[in-house]
Design a protein around this ligand. Structure first.
Ligand code: ADP
Ligand code: ASP
Ligand code: MG
Length: 447
């Protein structure tokens, strides 16, 4: 079996879905399990519907709902000819949209949106896209069976950022998918969506369809996971920011995880572990350039040393906490960590010595202001806002001679440098305003 995942841009319109079907058709002998995202921009539209409902704007909700329905129905008509397949597809879209409208009206009435309700609304994109793609495949003569991922991926009740119970999930996938293959050549399911043990819909976090694909891959011991997107594989930097990036042919699981964690959005950060745990290669490929080989994410031994890619994050605050004394400071770091973790504040990078702690955090996290006042009671805390992290990723980059001088010559003032303990990345905390130019300049010098 293989897993083939298509992101939003790969299923954005009838032409793109045509490419999807050709790709899947060329892999029938390998028993493809196809995982699809919502159509491009649909998840954003659903987030708006949820926001408008929370703000009690029923007219705005109705207008957005019309757009949602219209886009999916007209796409179905483009892909599927008149007949029972099209009728069933449209009636399913209508009933999913009616049910979402009723739900959003309920939210409008009370003006409150729980995380559980958000997940219910936002999951609709994948349910709709998968309905259409399954019908389009069958219309083309492919024997595709639609399966509900909510019956297979079972999570905790952190509804919008849910984490799977792997044992239960694996059991369900290993039972349901081989059963479904008995009458079909292709299994078609959704990325991103899941359900809690109680049966409420949950989602794996934005961009989480990559993670779903890796979970299916792990559970089914797939021979590979293919992630189809809109770029020629994993590149030396984000091609939307830097011109002339190069394709990385092979990258290790560890390097790919570091890149994702440090901000390269091509793969969701949690995608790597399920694949790595069973040594399943991940291929990142371009559905708009099918012949291009893309990139392979593989075992460490198969990946070369040295800088592979530049990643960056612009949504960063930088915090320094100094001890009030030069003695008795051993506990400062653990106290600061306790305060942050008790409020579930996520830290990105951390450096500390006996009397000084430096760390970066995602900005605007709920509860951070309260945490900062608690931290200020035990040390001198200074927060620097509007920072960015620029990271060079690659096996043993921390050993690369002259790297620091090269990076510093491309960035302005550096507030902190962080070396990954395994040598996989070196990160620089700089002003957010100049980081994109620094990435472009550094890319010219390194690649
Ligand atoms: P999908 O909808 O297929 O999941 P995403 O938009 O989530 O696609 O991810 C693909 C995007 O990732 C690319 O369009 C590209 O702009 C971005 N990206 C960021 N860093 C990199 C990188 N190093 N290599 C390739 N793509 C990158
Ligand atoms: N549709 C979801 C999102 O846009 C999940 C995904 O595409 O990976 O975040
Ligand atoms: Mg994505």
């Amino acid at each position: 079996m293989i897993i083939i995942k298509f992101g939003g841009t790969s299923v954005q319109d009838a032409q793109a879905i045509g490419h999807v079907m050709s790709i899947v058709e060329s892999r029938l002998a390998e028993k493809p399990v196809v995982v699809v995202s919502a159509l491009a921009r649909v998840t954003r539209l659903l987030v708006k519907i949820a926001d408008e409902a929370r703000m009690q704007n029923p007219r705005a909700v109705a207008t957005l709902m019309d757009q949602l329905r219209e886009r999916h129905i007209s796409l179905s008509r483009e892909l599927i000819g008149e007949g029972p397949l099209l009728d069933d597809c449209i009636s399913s879209i209508n009933s999913q949209c009616d049910s979402l409208s009723d739900f959003a009206e309920g939210v409008c009435r009370i003006g409150e949106l729980s995380l559980r309700s958000s997940a219910r609304i936002i999951s609709t994109g994948e349910m709709l896209s998968s309905t259409i793609i399954a019908a389009a495949m069958n219309y083309r003569g492919l024997k595709a069976k639609w399966l509900d991922a909510r019956r297979m991926i079972i999570t905790n009740d952190d509804y919008m950022n849910a984490r799977p119970d792997m044992e239960e999930t694996e059991g369900d996938i290993r039972w349901l998918i081989p059963e479904a293959f008995k009458g079909a050549d292709i299994i078609l399911t959704q990325g991103f969506v899941a359900s809690t043990k109680e049966g409420s819909t949950s989602v794996l976090g934005f961009e989480g369809s990559d993670y779903s694909a890796a979970i299916f891959g792990m559970a089914l011991r797939a021979s590979r996971v293919e992630i189809w997107t809109d770029v020629d594989g994993i590149r030396t930097a984000d091609p939307r920011v830097v011109e002339d990036t190069c394709r990385i042919e092979k990258i290790s699981y560890e390097e790919a995880a570091a890149m994702a964690w440090l901000g390269a959005r091509v793969l969701h950060p949690l995608t790597i572990e399920p694949a790595r745990s069973r040594n399943i290669p991940i291929y990142v490929k371009n559905s708009y350039n099918i012949p291009c080989e893309g990139s392979a994410v593989v075992r460490d031994e198969l990946s070369a040393e040295g800088p592979k890619s530049i990643a960056f994050r612009e949504d960063i605050d930088y915090l320094e906490v100094r001890s009030r004394t030069l003695t008795g400071t051993e506990l400062l770091a653990s106290k600061v960590m306790d305060i942050l973790s008790s409020r579930r504040i996520k830290i990105c990078l951390l450096n500390y010595s006996q009397a000084l702690i430096c760390l970066t955090l995602e900005k605007d996290q709920p509860g951070f202001d309260e945490a900062l006042s608690e931290i200020s009671a035990i040390g001198y805390a200074t927060l620097y806002r509007d920072k960015a992290q620029l990271s060079v990723v690659g096996k043993n980059v921390v050993e690369k001679e002259g790297l620091r001088d090269t990076v510093r010559s491309c960035t302005g003032k550096v507030a902190m440098i962080h070396d990954d303990p395994k040598g996989l990345s070196e990160s620089y905390v700089v002003d957010a305003a100049g980081v994109r130019d620094a990435v472009k300049e550094l890319h010219k010098r390194l690649f």
